[in-house]
Design a protein around this ligand. Sequence first.
Ligand code: ATP
Ligand code: MG
Length: 412
Amino acid sequence: MRYHAFLIKYAEIGIKGKNRKLFEEALCQQIRLQLKKCEGTFTIDRTSGRIFVNCESEYDYDEVVEHLSRVFGIAGICPTVILPVMSVPELKKAAADFFGQEYPDRAHTFKVHTRRLAKNYPLDSMEINAEIGEAILAAYPEAKVDVHNPEIMFHAEVRERIYLYTHVIPGPGGLPLGSGGKAMLLLSGGIDSPVAGWMVAKRGLKIDATYFNAPPYTSERALQKVIDLASIVARYTGPIYLHNINFTEIQLYIYEKCPHDELTIIMRRYMMRIAETIAKRTKCDALVTGESIGQVASQTTRALGVTNAAVETLPVFRPLIAFDKEDIITISKKIGTYDTSILPYEDCCTIFVAKHPVTKPLLSVIEDHEGNLKEKIDEMFQRALDTDEILIVDENGSRVFKHREDPLVEGM
Ligand code: ATP
Ligand code: MG
């Protein structure tokens, strides 16, 4: 076993005052859930503002690092060796050996940083820095000390045992999942919405999702694509409840009754209304979309305003609002959704899309045209809600949680 533990660094949650304990507990819980998926036995230690993942058996280093890299709230992962408390000459030798092991080419600048929590150790932290630095220089003349801008920070922590680490593997940052409540993501098969969901989850929100399906205009394959995307996002967020709503009837009705250049925006407003209804039933605190200013006609500032006006009370989070497509693509590649998102599929919106959609809709005009729907829209709205089929999607796939014909589960 090359490393005995992983020191987990967390940034923001350190500054949450009294809430810090709760945040740390949420973080440890998420770490535990990820480690369950890895080979090996691990324990988690929380001592003096530090979280250590102790490796109690053989394990696969890459697998553990990959899974820890998915835990929101982690700023850095430091593979650590743990040594018994030892005499100064022994520590000097062990530290130099560790340096050589970590950096076999050795031609680096470094600085030693020691925290001495065991106050009975014969040297203080400054003295330990000097002794370890001297030992490394003596063992590897290619290495140099640079206290201002070192390539390597060599950390030593002297506690009831001695901890050495030099590498800090970046974590995703953010806040531990579940610490910020729960949000309902409007998830389509595109590039943007999975990224939007991931970003909100990174700020600590659990994610549920709603997908508007339009059979037979959209196929089983389109649904499967959305499930696959949810499944990738679930690697980071844990299981996602995916509400699969049949939107065909409403879509056809809008098509029949409303001006075609307003179809997308009116459709989007009904999606928002349905998603908000489900969100409230399922105790979500916000809606999330993948909208971004100016990306398409239905996402001009005015169009976004008109869409937003359909939502009654929940805040709508649009984490990608000011992102360029290229930047969204970069994140989608990083989190692993890109290759699935670009697979061809028919979206319910692209089928009914107008050649020249309005780019500067007026709310009063749109509301006026929605008046054309008043005869049947309420019953259709209710029927669409009744079609809600709920799937539980995790990283291994999906299973049906509620069939269309099952009674509704309130407050799930
Ligand atoms: P995405 O790449 O996520 O599909 P997009 O760039 O294609 O987004 P639009 O199709 O205009 O943009 O959709 C804007 C947002 O509306 C999406 O990001 C998503 O949140 C929501 N949305 C669109 N279509 C659907 C759908 N069929 N089911 C659920 N949400 C949808
Ligand atoms: Mg789309």
